[in-house]
Design a binder for this molecule. Structure first.
Ligand SMILES: [Zn+2]
Length: 312
């Protein structure tokens, strides 16, 4: 397949994705899929000797499709899921002294939407005011650090402005029919038949080559929050070996005095097997190895149960 026909085909998948989103109900880890995609693209680059520009174009298109997907799936979420409701009750209780910091590798904007519906103020923790969003960390209940970027963040390729979109507007600005994407800062739209807004999301495989100021800031804010934390709660994170950079930051930053709660699913419970060898493959072993001096507690009944029982 010629690379450019592949690129064109990606755009023609637009309608297909649109229909998939409509019939949504699929529960997959899209970040994993994206990472595999990313890796396969990178390896094909060596095998078939595609140029960097061509590879970049494909990655760019796939990213745009994902932004579209995330934006749309948030719009169609019911916002009544018990898990999230218990979690936000917990956050509301915490509001007393200092804001709770949430560090997430997810790209979707569900947390933001729940915050808006629950009147919880959140802040992305950007250090310099170079966005179209007025952040004020002192007034916020939550500092939301999205260390792999977010589906509603786009960068203008003309003026370099970093744009934060509200509710599904990122998708609209990218793919809705009859609309040209335009930068709200410089007002410039498509040029040279190429899109002008670039999604600001990254995958773990891309992280190494990323010396972007935005990410350096978010990662250092995450590291600082972890250093100061007396209580760290991991939710649904299996501490995978492959997340080298994130694991390194967690190990380096979390104080040995901090209490660590790990909230996982019953399938992650090592007690389901009696074999010591098999047990060592479960997340619990990786956590214990990484934080040998900390007080660790493990909860295997999901995060709804944890936040309704253990957080009061
Ligand atoms: Zn611009």
């Amino acid at each position: 397949m010629k690379i450019y026909s592949y690129y064109a085909e990606l755009y023609s998948y637009k309608e297909y994705i649109r229909s998939l989103i409509k019939n949504e109900g699929i529960n997959v880890n899209l970040e994993d899929i994206f990472t595999s995609f990313d890796k396969s693209i990178l390896s094909r680059e060596h095998i078939h000797k595609y140029t960097y520009t061509q590879m970049d174009e494909i990655r760019f298109s796939i990213m745009r499709l994902f932004i579209y997907y995330f934006s749309k799936s948030v719009q169609e979420h019911s916002f009544k899921q018990e898990d999230y409701i218990h979690f936000f009750k917990f956050i509301k209780k915490q509001k007393t002294k200092s804001p709770t910091t949430i560090i997430t590798t997810n790209w979707d904007t569900l947390i933001e939407e729940y915050c808006e519906r629950n009147k919880i103020k959140y802040d992305y923790g950007f250090k310099i005011p170079y966005t179209n969003m007025h952040d004020n960390a002192c007034e916020s209940d939550i500092i939301l650090l999205k260390i792999h970027g977010s589906a509603n963040w786009l960068r203008c390729l003309h003026c370099g402005a970093f744009l934060v979109f509200k509710k599904g507007e990122a998708a609209k600005s990218l793919f809705e029919d009859g609309k040209n994407e335009t930068c709200t800062v410089c007002g410039q739209g498509e040029s040279f038949n190429a899109p002008s807004l670039q999604p600001e999301i990254i995958t773990p495989t891309m992280l190494k080559s990323f010396a972007n100021c935005l990410y350096l800031n978010i990662w250092s804010a995450a590291s600082k929050a972890l250093r100061e934390a007396t209580e760290v709660i991991f939710i649904g994170y299996s501490f995978p070996i492959a997340d080298f950079d994130f694991r390194y930051m967690l190990q380096k930053s979390i104080s040995t005095k901090a209490r660590i709660d790990v909230v996982l699913h019953e399938n992650d419970n090592p007690e389901q097997t009696e074999s010591k060898n098999l047990q060592s493959l479960f997340p619990e072993k990786r956590y214990r190895d990484a934080f040998p001096k900390n007080t660790l507690r493990f909860f295997y009944n999901g995060f709804s149960d944890y936040f309704s029982c253990y957080s009061s």
